[in-house]
Design a protein around this ligand. Structure first.
Ligand code: 6LW
Length: 503
C-alpha cells in the first residue's frame, strides 16, 4: 500500500514500508525499478516501479511460478536472499540466491519488469550470497558476492570462468562484509558494501579503483553510513544501492528498521526500504540523513494509485502483494472454487508447521487494523499476525467456537475462547501503540484480537504484547505478515480489509 501523497510536498521514509529488505534499484529512462528479498514466501522477489523515487507501486514478483521457485525445504528466513536488479542491453537482469536445499544462485531476465520473467539460469560457480552483476566497457560481466569476492560470468548461461578472487572486505576487522554492488562513476569503479551484520552494527562502506577487478582503495570516511551506537529512530541501516534522481542528483536506497517501545527497542515490521540523499566530495559519496521525514524533491512527484483497502477476491489472480508460505498450489489456495471468496485447504495441522496453508500481506504500518469475513463451515482457520512458525498470534474459528491462540517460542496457549452463532464471522486484529508509551519497557505495540458483529460492534477476546512478534525476540530476516490460514479442512474468506491507523 503506497503512502498517501502529502500536501506539503515532503515525503515519508521508509519509502517502501514493511518487510522489504535488501533493496536493489535500477533506472531506465524516467522509470525506476526496485527488487527486495522474500525468504520463505511465495511468490518471491517483489518488484516495484516509481517515477520519483518516493512513491513505489508493486508491479509483480520476479519468481512467481513453481518452476522458478522451490521453497519446500526453506526454513523460516531461508529461501530467497538479496537480489541485484540491473538493466543492460535492452533487458532486465536479476540475480539472486535461493538458500533452500537444491537452490543456489540464479539469473532471470525480462523485457518487461512486470513479467513474465524467464525460467532460472543456475550459476553454480558463483561463490556466495548477495550476488551483484556489472558489465565493463568491453561487455564482460562480473559477479561479485559477499565476502567480498568476484568471478567472471556469462549471465545469459550462468557459466562462470576462472577462479573467484578476493576484492576488498571492508574496514579493518569489519564483521560480515556483504551486499556488494559495483558501479562505474566518472573515472573510478566504486565497490559499495554492507558491513557489521544486519543488526544494530550495520553500516555501509565504499572503496574505489581503476577497474571492476580492483585494486580497491577504501574511502577514508568509512563507514559512509551507520547508525550504530546512536538513538536515531531508524536503526540497522545498511545493505544499500545507489541511483541517480531525475535531475542527476545521487540517492541511496537502503534497509533500516524502526524499533519501538524504549531503548534498544523492538522492531516488528522487519527491515524496510529507506531513501537517503547522496552528495560527492573529493570523489567519495557522502550520505545525508536517513530521516523519517525528507524535504520536498526538486522534481515532480508521481503519486501511485492508492490500493483498495478491501480485497473482495473477485479477480482470478491474487494481487502481487499477497504472499503464501513456501508455495501456492491452486488446489490449496484459489479464488476460482467459490467466486468472490478466497478458499484455503489445510495441509499442515497448525501455524506451528512449516507446511501450513497461509496467504497474507506484509504489515506496513506501525498501527493498523485487519479484518476478514471467514466461513468455517468446512474447516478450521482464521486470521493471524505471523513472524514465523514459533512466533504468531491468531484468532481462529471452528464451528461455533472462536479462539485466540498465542505461540511464543516453545510456549503455545489458547488465551481466550467464546462461542459465536453458526455461519461466517468477521475476525479482526487491531495493532496500536501501547497504552502508556512513556513507561519503561512498554513494548513496541499491542495486538488486540476479536470478533466484529454484523452491527459493526467489536468484542475483544485478547490483547497481547507485540514485542514477542519482533525480530529482537524471534530473530531472522523477515517481518510481520498478517493473513488468513486453514489448519483443518477447507476455509473460505469472503474479503480481507487492511487499514492503516493514524497514531
Ligand atoms: C542478506 C545480507 C543481509 O543476504 O541480510 O542485511 C541477508 N543484509 O546481505 C538477508 O537479507
Amino acid at each position: 500500500m503506497p503512502p498517501v501523497p502529502r500536501p506539503d510536498g515532503r515525503f515519508t521514509n521508509p519509502v517502501i514500508p514493511g518487510f522489504h529488505p535488501d533493496p536493489s534499484v535500477c533506472r531506465v529512462g524516467d522509470d525506476y525499478y526496485l527488487a527486495c528479498s522474500s525468504f520463505e514466501y511465495f511468490p518471491g522477489v517483489p518488484l516495484f516501479h516509481s517515477r520519483d523515487l518516493v512513491h513505489w507501486t508493486q508491479i509483480g514478483n520476479a519468481l512467481d511460478r513453481p518452476e522458478q521457485l522451490r521453497l519446500s525445504d526453506a526454513w523460516s528466513s531461508g529461501g530467497i536472499y538479496a537480489p541485484t536488479l540491473r538493466h543492460h542491453d535492452g533487458r532486465f537482469w536479476l540475480i539472486v540466491t535461493n538458500c533452500s536445499e537444491g537452490g543456489g544462485n540464479l539469473v532471470v531476465t525480462a523485457t518487461d519488469p512486470a513479467g513474465p520473467w524467464s525460467d532460472p539460469l543456475w550459476a553454480p560457480g558463483v561463490p556466495g550470497i548477495d550476488p551483484d552483476l556489472v558489465w565493463d566497457e568491453h561487455g564482460t560481466c562480473w559477479c561479485t558476492v559477499a565476502g567480498v569476492s568476484q568471478v567472471r560470468i556469462d549471465p545469459s548461461t550462468g557459466q562462470t570462468y576462472g577462479t573467484p578472487h578476493r576484492l576488498w572486505s571492508g574496514g579493518p576487522g569489519a564483521k560480515a562484509p556483504e551486499a556488494p554492488h559495483l558501479y562505474r562513476i566518472g573515472d573510478y569503479w566504486y565497490l559499495l558494501i554492507a558491513e557489521g551484520g544486519t543488526e544494530r552494527g550495520h553500516g555501509v562502506s565504499i572503496a574505489r579503483g581503476p577497474a571492476p577487478v580492483g585494486p580497491f582503495e577504501p574511502c577514508p570516511a568509512n563507514p559512509i553510513l551507520t547508525h550504530r551506537g546512536t538513538d536515531h529512530p531508524v536503526q540497522n541501516t545498511g545493505h544499500a544501492d545507489l541511483v541517480q534522481g531525475p535531475d542527476g542528483s545521487w540517492w541511496m536506497v537502503l534497509l533500516g528498521v524502526r524499533p519501538g517501545g524504549g531503548t534498544p527497542g523492538w522492531h516488528v515490521l522487519g527491515r524496510e526500504t529507506f531513501l537517503a540523499p547522496v552528495t560527492w566530495v573529493d570523489g567519495w559519496p557522502v550520505v545525508g540523513e536517513v530521516a523519517l521525514d525528507l524535504p520536498a524533491l526538486p522534481w515532480p512527484l508521481s503519486p501511485s494509485p492508492v490500493e483498495e483497502q478491501r480485497d473482495d477476491f473477485e479477480l482470478a489472480e491474487l494481487r502481487p502483494s499477497w504472499i503464501s508460505l513456501r508455495d501456492r498450489p491452486a488446489e490449496l489456495c484459489t479464488t476460482k472454487e467459490r467466486p468472490g471468496w478466497l478458499t484455503l485447504r489445510a495441509r499442515g495441522s497448525s501455524l506451528d508447521e512449516p507446511d501450513v496453508v497461509f496467504t497474507g500481506r506484509r504489515q506496513q504500518h506501525l498501527a493498523c487494523r485487519a479484518r476478514t469475513l471467514t466461513d468455517p463451515s468446512e474447516g478450521r482457520g482464521g486470521l493471524v499476525v505471523r513472524l514465523d512458525e514459533r512466533h504468531h498470534y491468531a484468532i481462529e474459528v471452528s464451528g461455533t467456537e472462536v479462539r485466540v491462540v498465542a505461540r511464543v517460542g516453545s510456549l503455545r496457549t489458547v488465551v481466550a475462547a467464546r462461542s459465536v452463532p453458526a455461519g461466517p464471522v468477521v475476525l479482526a486484529v487491531t495493532i496500536t501503540e501501547p497504552p502508556s508509551p512513556h513507561g519503561p519497557c512498554t513494548g513496541p505495540d499491542v495486538v488486540s484480537l476479536g470478533v466484529e458483529w454484523p452491527d459493526g460492534t467489536f468484542t475483544e477476546l485478547a490483547t497481547l504484547d507485540g514485542r514477542y512478534l519482533s525480530t529482537e525476540v524471534a530473530g531472522g530476516f523477515t517481518g510481520r505478515v498478517i493473513g488468513m490460514y486453514a489448519a483443518e479442512g477447507t476455509v473460505h474468506f469472503d474479503w480481507f480489509d487492511y487499514e492503516p491507523l493514524v497514531g
